[in-house]
Write a protein that binds this ligand. Structure first.
Ligand code: ADP
Ligand code: MG
Length: 569
């Protein structure tokens, strides 16, 4: 037997990193801008605690395309590196200077928002570049360094005459990656991944109109000047305290997130937790249509203000997938597979937290302004009903705010609904019967009939309603749902004294007498009911045995028909 150490040679690993490190080549830019951001945030921290005795100033990051030279530049004014540090941080693959920094400064640095993690991001540059240069000048009083590498494990490191603090990364874009020399491609990438990063990012210039001078004449032409084109908003709303934000701030942030959305969201939920995991974000409830559509504008996941993905499966409970907004967490293991994500305890906790926050918010909205909540009901019900079906933790809370609108636009909670039907809608087993319609238009005649009998009819018309009903019935022993056009109505046991007529008893008797003159008394009973209805001012009832006999003579069988006790009139 022998033991030993597997010999990993860099020559073999390098092409693998290049090819498989990230499935998406475009993320190299995200990684390099993240490093530039980290370098700037580190300097901010070090000047803040007095360890770097330099002026922090107003640093920004610049991304520049040199189309002729086939080069892409990423330039920062961060803390820079000495030659020794280049050796240490760049030449050691998989050694993360970001982790080292966080380790060294521990508590004081935990809120710096530093992004780096695995010590691999820098090498993603070789996915698109055939040669990479680093020109860097540390904030420390040491000469600048110039590192060059063509993607083989050999590099050169020589002094450089750069005098300004910070780092410039130069990518010599490879033949197969020239798309990354296109202005629109780089612009799109910056807007996708870096739109909310914490240090301003300059990409070219844009024209800005000068304000019109007060003495401008009739023929004044607007003048334009070139200004730096800053592509990001370094302080997005979710990084602020809810108390510092107005409703208008939330609305305008929504439009910043989804520039093509013209409809305002119904309401928002600001997420903010730092124990046992770190997470911030804002979720918006958009107006939801009846059909559950595939959505283009989805919830976006960020890590320290860097866009990661809009596939939040597993992190956000499925039923909230229809919401919009952002979630930012440094604690979600982002570079790992989806199956791992689902098994990760932290991720499950995050999902539960979001569920709880959403139900708390819904409950608060309901309690604070019930009328307003009722008005929004039709736009949010599909999400909530779906949540009741799929998320047990949500279902537990749903009784507090999930509504059952009646045909007359009264909105009941389930317990209110039970209360309201308990005297008039029970079946022979004493179960409460909730009559519902799944389609007001199609079932209107049945609805009218039920109304005349004084029954409540609730409108349950989401596509998932049959599942919801099953669940509610399973969980409420004493409750059953019956569609208004099924044969349930005549099985309901109505209390004797429940009558809707506007007529006095005396008037009813008179009217009854009049009608009885026209119909054969032996075959039909006359009932004066529901005089406020337009469709059925009175009802003739055929005694059950008469009806059965008639049916048998017609069909040869004894089948009961829904509403069979209403004769054709
Ligand atoms: P990570 O960011 O996960 O630490 P990277 O491979 O992206 O790993 O970068 C390795 C290290 O190189 C960083 O941690 C940092 O110390 C150093 N570095 C990379 N880019 C810069 C930069 N623009 N300015 C200063 N240091 C940098
Ligand atoms: Mg990095």
């Amino acid at each position: 037997m022998s033991t030993g150490k597997i010999n990993v040679s860099v020559e073999n690993i390098f092409p693998l990193i290049k090819k498989f490190l990230y499935s998406d080549h475009e993320i190299f830019l995200r990684e390099l801008v993240s490093n530039a951001t980290d370098a700037t945030l580190k300097l901010k921290h070090l000047t803040g605690i007095g360890e770097a005795k330099v002026e922090y100033g107003n640093p920004f990051i610049e991304v520049k395309i040199d189309k002729e030279g086939k080069k892409l530049h990423i330039i920062d004014q961060g803390l820079g590196m000495t030659a020794d540090e280049v050796e240490k941080y760049i030449n050691q693959v998989a050694f993360s200077g970001a982790e080292e920094f966080l380790e060294k400064y521990k508590d004081s640095a935990k809120d710096t928002g530093i992004i780096g993690h695995f010590g691999l991001g820098f090498y993603s540059a070789f996915m698109v570049a055939e040669k990479v240069e680093i020109i860097t000048k540390s904030f420390k009083d040491e000469p600048a360094a110039h590192w060059t590498c063509d993607g083989s494990p050999e590099f050169t490191l020589v002094p450089h005459d750069k005098t300004t603090r910070g780092t410039e990364i130069i990518l010599h874009i490879a033949e197969d990656s020239t798309e990354f020399l296109e202005e629109h491609r780089i612009g799109d990438l910056l807007r996708k991944y870096n739109k909310f990063m914490p240090i301003p990012i300059k990409f070219g210039t844009r024209k800005e109109a000068l304000p019109k001078p007060e003495d401008a004449g009739e023929d004044y032409k607007t003048e334009f000047v070139d200004v730096d084109n800053i592509i990001n908003n370094p302080e997005p709303a979710w990084t602020k305290q809810p108390t510092d934000l107005t409703d208008e701030d939330y609305q305008s942030f929504y439009r910043e997130l989804y520039p093509m959305q013209f409809e305002d969201p119904l309401f928002h939920i600001h997420l903010n937790v730092d124990y046992p995991f770190n997470l911030t974000g804002i979720l918006y409830f958009p107006k939801m249509s009846q059909e559950v559509q595939m959505q283009k504008d989805k919830i976006q996941l960020y890590q320290n203000q860097v866009f990661v993905t809009d596939n939040v499966e597993g992190i956000v409970p499925e039923f909230l997938g229809m919401l919009r907004g952002v979630i930012d967490s440094p604690d979600i293991p982002l570079n790992v597979s989806r199956s791992y994500l689902q098994a990760d305890g932290n991720v499950k906790k995050i999902s539960n937290y979001i569920t709880r926050k959403v139900s708390d918010k819904l409950k608060a909205l309901f309690n604070e302004n019930r009328t307003d909540f009722e008005q929004k009901w039709n736009d949010i019900k599909i999400v909530l009903e779906y949540g009741m079906l799929t998320e047990p933790k949500f279902y537990e809370k749903a009784g507090d705010f999930v509504l059952y609108p009646t045909i007359e636009d009264k909105f009941y909670t389930l317990s209110e609904l039970k209360e309201s039907v308990k005297d008039i809608q029970t079946d022979k087993n004493g179960k409460l019967v909730v009559l519902y319609t799944s389609n007001k238009e199609q079932q209107h005649s049945y609805i009218d009939i039920a109304k005349e009998k004084g029954y409540q009819v609730v409108v349950l018309d989401s596509p998932i309603v049959s599942h919801l009903i099953q669940k509610l019935e399973a969980d409420n022993e004493n409750l059953t749902f019956a569609r208004v056009d099924a044969d349930h109505i005549d099985k309901l046991i109505q209390k004797e004294d429940s009558t809707l007529s506007k007529l006095s008893d005396e008037e009813k008797e008179q009217l009854k007498g009049v009608i009885e003159n026209f119909v054969p008394k032996a075959n039909y009973t006359v009932q004066i009911e529901a005089m406020d209805s337009n469709s059925t001012p009175f009802i003739l009832t055929q005694p059950e045995f008469m009806r059965r006999m008639k049916e048998m003579s017609q069909t040869g069988g004894g089948g009961m028909m829904g509403f069979g006790n209403f004769p054709e009139m």
